[in-house]
Design a protein. Structure first.
Length: 237
């Protein structure tokens, strides 16, 4: 029995299996935003909030109103510890029911310990709509692209060198970036802002999750192997 276990661990150590771990998730199903364990209101240092965010219809619904000033409305996750990650992934569903006036809808992955390190995936309504990817404040992608007017799945994936944006299981765009390569805890900020005189832009989110994959540390393998080997030797003695 222990020999089988030993061989299994040895096999895993020789061909390290990547394992996935969900570190954060929210289905937004109970019609109450979970500020206690999951979310904080994001307060922009310069601009006041405009609009509202509510959990209803089993999803998270942002309504934004700029009133002729840039007014953001966003939530951000509590800090997510992802020590030892090989890849990270923020996935979920979102939709922007109508693009009009002057607004943006975005998802940011931010280093929880250094907020100047972040990557943003955004749609903007004006002059387009446009799709955009920003790396620590530098625009790396910016082109015309229709917004998802019905719920689509999304996935923001990062392996320390390439950051990908997927929609409905299709790779939309990717950038090379090492901005977050050294980060081990993250905040995800979602929502958007409006800068028009007209009321009500909307963006809805559902079933979001932050996960990481990792490979077992070689040290862990050696430790496990030596423990099992020790047990085998003791049994023979
Ligand atoms: Ca809830
Ligand atoms: Ca839901």
């Amino acid at each position: 029995m222990k020999k089988v276990l030993l061989m299994a661990i040895a096999f895993l150590c020789i061909t390290p299996a990547v394992f996935g771990l969900t570190l954060f998730s929210d289905d937004f199903n109970d019609n109450s935003i979970d500020y206690a364990n999951r979310w904080n209101n994001y307060v922009h240092p310069t601009y006041p909030s405009g609009g509202s965010v509510v959990e209803q219809n089993q999803r998270l619904e942002f309504t934004m109103y700029g009133a002729n000033a840039p007014r953001p409305r966003r939530l951000e996750t509590h800090s997510i510890n992802a020590s030892g990650w090989e890849t990270i992934d923020f996935s979920g569903h979102w939709m922007i029911p109508a693009t009009r006036y002057t607004a943006e809808f975005d998802i940011s992955i931010i280093d929880a310990n250094n907020p100047s390190l972040y990557i943003v995936v955004a749609y903007q309504s004006w002059g387009g709509p446009y799709f955009r990817m920003t790396d620590a404040g530098v625009i790396k992608e910016h082109y015309l692209r229709s917004t998802p007017s019905n719920m689509v799945s999304f996935s923001l994936r990062y392996d320390g060198s390439t950051f990908e944006y997927w929609e409905n299981d299709i790779l939309v765009d990717s950038i090379t970036s090492t901005t977050l390569a050294g980060s081990d805890s993250f905040i995800v900020r979602i929502g958007g802002w409006d800068y028009s005189a007209y009321p009500n832009q909307y963006v809805y989110f559902d079933d979001v999750a932050f996960s990481m994959s990792a490979v077992p540390e070689p040290a862990t393998c050696i430790l496990l192997l030596s423990v099992i080997a020790g047990l085998l030797v003791r049994k023979k003695m």
